[in-house]
Design a protein around this ligand. Structure first.
Ligand code: LLP
Length: 431
């Protein structure tokens, strides 16, 4: 039976998983496991589908890739070459964006709980700043008057695949309320800021357009009050990221044409109603662009049966992919070296960490698994490597880029030496 999850860039070639024309077995052999394999063309396709759907309805759309999903420089360069700007949240992400060749005016920085040192770095680089608090703005004004300023609004309407990924609500730490925003914009205008934006990001992993519409209504209402009271014209209105992708076979993908049309129609209706002119519409997708472009290859170290359970022990754990442990997220898994084998057993797929929560999949139906088999964990391009760690002193995985049958290493596997890099033994312990 054809497997609906095996679709471009994945392929079943005589029972072996291929990614963009490259054999998973070959990749595992050549680069070792665990290994993140990223398809360049899939990222490009995702970008084009999204950009087309939105620009079809409004020509002043700008897409800023949300770097936190995957900061590999090659991924950043791919999206840059497609015309994306970039959404960043730390000095590190700004640094990587600059390394990848983005110009400061293509980079938006939205920090929260921003340190003085980070603020200095951001200001020095001259990127566009989206402030998250009045205190951050006060500190900024003491140092400089930015040319452009955006404010993150807490719309109080949020959504997301897990409570940890909802970023707008009455109790959220993110953004500011309308009154505080008014104060910031007033100070900014008086200080001589010339260009303005307004921003929201309501959460992550959202499959419906309705929460976006509800929050956009609140955002634009706030924008209209600010516009009326302060005479500020907004150059851009940023609706954030958050568009989800299906992870389970029974989930359907977001109908992006319909999603874009409904959201943009609503946006246009409201900016007209409020007399907000023709601001640019910015979006900050992360997951939508990269999640489905990557599989994580992991080798089976152990098969174990207890009186109660069957376990498949692999070489990737929550140090490699934390989403299942952190959010209970589901990632589809296939037996990459025998794709046609019939489903046979229920296994817990577990990693090598000394933690009971080190589970990648619970009670998952899989073919009969043997030691030495190769599993592929799907849709791991977003918040996969980016959230990985060295926990249990396990060096981080490698990343490979694939395209039209070609492959290239884009991040070396860490070595044991990386575990001591930067460490210093206290002088009194030496000897
Ligand atoms: N913009 C801002 C300000 C954000 O905070 C985020 C994500 C995005 C854009 C991109 O959201 P996306 O389009 O990727 O949903 N680690 C979680 C997701 C956390 C997202 C945090 N912020 C996960 O693995 O599901």
């Amino acid at each position: 039976m054809p497997n609906s999850m095996i679709k471009k860039p994945l392929e079943n070639v005589n029972g072996v998983l291929y990614i963009a024309g490259v054999s998973a077995l070959k990749l595992a052999e050549e680069y070792g496991t665990p290994l993140y394999v990223i398809s360049e063309n899939k990222i490009r396709e995702n970008y084009r589908r999204l950009a087309t759907a939105f620009t079809r309805n409004y020509d002043k759309v700008r897409i800023l890739y949300s770097a936190k999903a995957n900061t590999n420089l090659s991924v950043l360069k791919i999206l840059k070459s497609e015309g994306a700007g970039i959404d960043t949240v730390s000095a590190g992400e700004v640094f990587l964006a600059l390394e990848a060749g983005f110009k400061p005016n293509q980079i938006l920085y939205t920090g929260t709980s921003v340190s003085d040192e980070e603020l200095d770095y951001i200001l020095e680089k001259g990127v566009v700043i989206n402030v998250d608090s009045l205190s951050q703005f006060r500190k900024m004004l003491k140092k400089t008057v930015p040319q452009t300023l955006s404010v993150r609004i807490n719309t109080e309407f949020g959504a997301g695949h897990h409570e940890y990924t909802v970023t707008a609500s009455k109790t959220s730490k993110f953004g500011v309320d309308g009154k505080t925003a008014m104060e910031i914009y007033r100070m900014a205008k008086n200080a001589g800021v010339e260009k303005f934006g307004i921003h929201m990001h309501i959460g992550s992993g959202i499959m419906q357009v309705d929460p976006f519409i509800k929050a956009t209504e609140k955002l634009l209402e706030t924008a209209s009050i600010i516009h009326k009271q302060l005479g500020i014209a907004f150059n851009f209105i940023d609706l954030g990221g958050g568009i989800g992708v299906p992870y389970k076979p029974e989930e359907t993908e977001v109908d992006i044409e319909n999603f874009a049309k409904r959201l943009v129609d609503f946006f246009k209706e409201k900016i007209e109603e409020y007399g907000l002119g023709q601001p640019e519409l910015w979006l900050e997708p992360g997951r939508y662009l990269v999640a489905e472009a990557c599989v994580l290859l992991t080798k089976v170290n152990m098969v174990k049966e207890t009186p109660y359970k069957k376990f498949v022990g692999v070489d990737a754990g929550f140090n490699t992919l934390i989403r299942p442990a952190m959010y209970g997220s589901y990632h589809y898994i296939v037996l990459a070296n025998r794709l046609d084998a019939p489903l046979a057993e229920n296994y817990d797929v577990v990693g090598p960490l000394c933690e009971s929560g080190d589970v990648l999949a619970r009670d998952r139906q899989l073919p009969k698994i043997s030691e030495g088999d190769l599993l592929a964990i799907l849709n791991t391009g977003a918040y996969g490597y980016a959230m990985s760690s060295q926990y249990n002193s396990r060096p981080r995985a490698a990343e490979v880029l694939v395209r039209d049958g070609c492959r290239e290493l884009i991040r070396e596997r860490e070595t044991l030496q990386d575990l001591v890099r930067g460490q210093k033994i206290a002088s009194w312990l030496k000897g």
